[in-house]
Design a protein around this ligand. Structure first.
Ligand code: NDP
Length: 319
């Protein structure tokens, strides 16, 4: 039986990846913060809370991570833990950059020095590219990060690559574009909009404050994106892969679809300039050809269909 560690197990991707690894016969150990306890709602929601063992670990402590690796003796480590909100990263730039980079450096150092056979997945982000000269984004394009979160992920990505190249470690970086699911928290755009539209419908609020909707983004479905993470660590050699739908969707179209599906007037959407980001680019989408060809990863979901899944899940949650 293969043994896998997932950091950030309490997040959206941690839950879906746990379920996938268990289905593939892995034993799964989930890492939670020191002092954190109790059941994780995401694991409960995907039906695996009894099958995943949880352990507290300070991911920035070399000694703690070395002990974790020595005790569990994993074949694979999926490093998903991060302060993952762009807007929060502007409020907490130091915390975001510090944790998102130091935790990765600690993990690759431990793997290099104590367990070089371990295969590692690093959760990189399309936000690293930021301002790009042309579309679609491809793996070899230069980074121009536009937020503290993006800077932290770019730095972590280069730490992971540097250890892979310097010490011939098996470290794969999945550069994922936005991916959504019912497990998203409400501080992310799509989930916030769905929840607040339902609150308008129920008479619990009058309006929905929104930022700049004249932007296009490449959105996907989390349960399908974690399959690519798994595929990266089963391949013969490590690499970097863009995981995306390959198409961008206008945020206005997403907002309108949500209002229409839930049955509220589009007039309830009220633009609030305070929600605009300091720097934003109008359109982003990626090319997933490398993942399709090398990992045999397939993705063809239309994001409006994904939205219907998310709206339905939220409606069931309420009733
Ligand atoms: P979530 O925000 O849902 O989960 C992040 C996890 O990291 C949580 O379990 C959180 O723990 C943990 N974490 C955060 N800060 C710390 C800390 N200081 N110490 C220990 N644990 C911490 O993210 P997703 O599941 O959506 O994403 C997984 C990874 O993929 C992240 O690294 C994210 O940046 C990256 N990514 C995600 C994309 C997306 O669209 N979802 C796109 C591109 C990359 P807690 O629950 O206790 O807060």
């Amino acid at each position: 039986m293969r043994r896998s560690i997932i950091t950030g197990i309490g997040g959206q991707d941690g839950a879906y990846l746990s379920r996938l690894l268990l289905e593939r016969g892995h034993e799964v150990l989930g890492v939670i913060r020191p002092g954190q306890s109790g059941t994780l709602p995401g694991l409960v929601q995907v039906g695996v809370s009894n099958e995943v063992r949880l352990v507290q670990c300070d991911l920035c402590s070399y000694e703690a991570v070395a002990e974790l690796i020595a005790t569990f003796r994993p074949d694979e480590v999926y490093n998903l833990a991060a302060q993952s909100s762009v807007s929060r990263s502007f409020l907490l730039p130091g915390e975001t950059i510090s944790f998102n980079t130091l935790s990765v450096l600690t993990l690759v150092r431990v793997i290099h020095e104590c367990a070089p056979h371990v295969r590692m997945y690093q959760a990189s982000s399309s936000d690293m590219f930021g301002k790009v000269p042309q579309l679609p984004i491809k793996e070899d394009m230069a980074f121009h990060p536009l937020s503290p979160y993006a800077v932290s992920k770019a730095s972590a990505h280069w730490i992971a690559k540097n250890y892979r190249e310097s010490f011939k470690l098996f470290i794969a970086c999945g550069i994922l574009f936005n991916h959504e699911s019912p497990l998203r928290t409400r501080n992310f755009f799509v989930k916030k909009l769905i929840c607040e539209a339902l609150e308008v419908k129920q008479g619990k609020r009058e309006t929905i404050r929104i930022g700049n909707l004249a932007l296009k983004r490449d959105f996907g479905y989390a349960p399908r994106y974690v399959e690519a993470m798994y595929g990266m660590l089963q391949h013969d050699s490590p690499g970097d892969y863009l995981i995306c739908s390959g198409r961008s969707v206008l945020l206005t179209d997403i907002a309108n679809h949500i209002c229409d599906s839930i049955g509220i007037s589009r007039d309830r959407l009220v633009t609030d300039p305070a929600l605009f980001r300091p720097l934003d680019i109008p359109d982003i989408y990626g090319c997933n050809q490398r993942a399709r060809q090398i990992l045999n990863w397939e993705y063809s979901l239309d994001f409006m269909d994904v939205l219907d899944i998310l709206i339905e899940a939220e409606q069931q949650h309420i009733h």
